[in-house]
Design a protein around this ligand. Structure first.
Ligand SMILES: Cc1ncc(COP(=O)(O)O)c(C=O)c1O
Length: 384
């Protein structure tokens, strides 16, 4: 079996499984806010996990706020920056953001009178920084928040987040970088990035689902979405998911050690794509000319339904995804691909293959065989 949907959700990483088995045997289990010995011990374990996450992610201890995942982190940032009386009325996002960003920005437009401006991307799915410069020049004193992702969940394309952040810093504009697909797939240092805010979900990198981290340059500026009993230094109420938070420290430690494989994995991925293109010259690799995560390939055979390819691969015990949902049983070109100007014949044909840092490199050989078989079979009858 090859699980190739890590961008959707990563299975629990081996180290997390081993950790949990021991941890569940040993305890302690207590409210980390309780003042008895078991509470203090539980708190110590969780704060140790925070220290580990902070170190690996290049943040200060206090800049790590545990929560339930990226969606919550995004909501918290929007609430903190836009939830009070703000005179500035423009939110800038990109056309390839995850719906957790798009829908939140649209909510603030519909309910709070903000205007959302959507940055275009080029054919490889890279955000247009020149347009951003123009918009900042024209609206400098009216931009409340800029939110652009570090790496795209569909294409794996890495965005010019450094340039975007510098523009934000130079112009005093708060910047949220959605690092959900970036953290765990490539090294990341929050302080070096100089972002105001970054978010991620534990389930994307092998920790338990329902865990996440909000990184905030100035945590004092966070307005809690959940008030509760003042946990997480008042940034996020509710008894902490201490076991889940510990699993993030374990998973990040395991991944950090695996980054030595990054170059070799990227090379193997490039070879895989080259082999597919050579065998099937019609094949399109989305975002091919842009810097991309080493673990993601978004591949299309124009005219062949991505879902048909997915089913063929599944019959060979390989699990990939297509770009997005169907409408009336018709695969639809995703919003991300439409923003890239991708035509429907390519857009309906994509499958996303996303692995992890620890995936055996031979997976790419197996994928080459399996995908070649699928294309050889399906090209006999064009899907659309
Ligand atoms: C880029 C990006 N941002 C945000 C999210 C939302 O993450 P979650 O559903 O874990 O809150 C995802 C999940 O797919 C994502 O890929």
């Amino acid at each position: 079996m090859i699980y190739a949907d890590y961008n959707g959700s990563a299975p629990l990483c081996l180290q997390v499984k081993e950790y949990l088995i021991k941890r569940l045997e040993k305890g302690p289990f207590a409210n980390p806010n309780a003042i008895h010995y078991l509470g203090a011990k539980t708190l110590m374990g969780m704060e140790n996990a925070r220290a580990v996450c902070a170190k690996i992610l290049g943040a200060d201890f206090d800049q790590v706020i545990f929560n339930s995942g990226a969606t919550e982190g995004i909501s918290t940032v929007f609430h903190s920056v836009l939830g009070r009386e703000v005179k500035k009325k423009i939110i800038i996002i990109s056309g390839i953001e995850h719906s957790a960003i798009i829908n939140t920005a649209n909510y603030y437009a519909q309910e709070r009178g903000f205007e959302v401006k959507v940055l275009p991307v080029n054919g490889d799915g890279v955000v247009d920084v020149e347009v951003l410069k123009q918009w900042i020049g024209q609206n400098k004193n009216n931009i409340a928040l800029i939110s652009v992702m570090a790496a795209n969940n569909e294409t794996g394309v890495i965005q010019p987040y450094k340039e975007i952040n510098s523009l934000c810093v130079d112009n005093g504009i708060p910047f949220l970088c959605d690092t959900t697909q970036f953290i765990g797939k490539t090294p990341f240092n929050f302080k070096e990035s100089n972002f105001d805010y970054a978010v991620t979900s534990g389930h994307k990198f092998g920790a338990l689902t329902g865990t996440g981290i909000l990184l905030a340059k100035n945590p004092e500026g966070i307005t809690p979405l959940i008030i509760g009993g003042g946990q997480e230094k008042g940034h996020r109420g509710g008894t902490q998911n201490y076991l889940g938070n510990e699993t993030m420290a374990v998973a990040l430690t395991a991944i950090d050690a695996a980054f030595v494989n990054l170059e070799a994995l990227a090379k193997k991925r490039t070879e895989f794509e080259a082999k597919m293109k050579k065998a099937f010259p019609a094949v399109v690799i989305l975002g091919e000319n842009a810097p991309r995560l080493a673990t993601t390939t978004y591949i299309s055979y124009p005219g062949i339904h991505g879902q048909a390819v997915q089913i063929e691969l599944e019959s060979q015990d390989i699990f990939v995804t297509t770009s997005s949902a169907c409408s009336d049983n018709m695969p639809v070109t995703s919003k991300v691909l439409r923003a890239m100007g991708v035509t429907d014949d390519v857009g309906r044909g994509v499958v996303r293959i996303s692995l992890c840092m620890n995936s055996p490199h031979e997976n790419y050989d197996l994928l080459t065989d399996a995908l070649s078989k699928a294309y050889a079979k399906l090209t006999k009858v064009a899907s659309f």
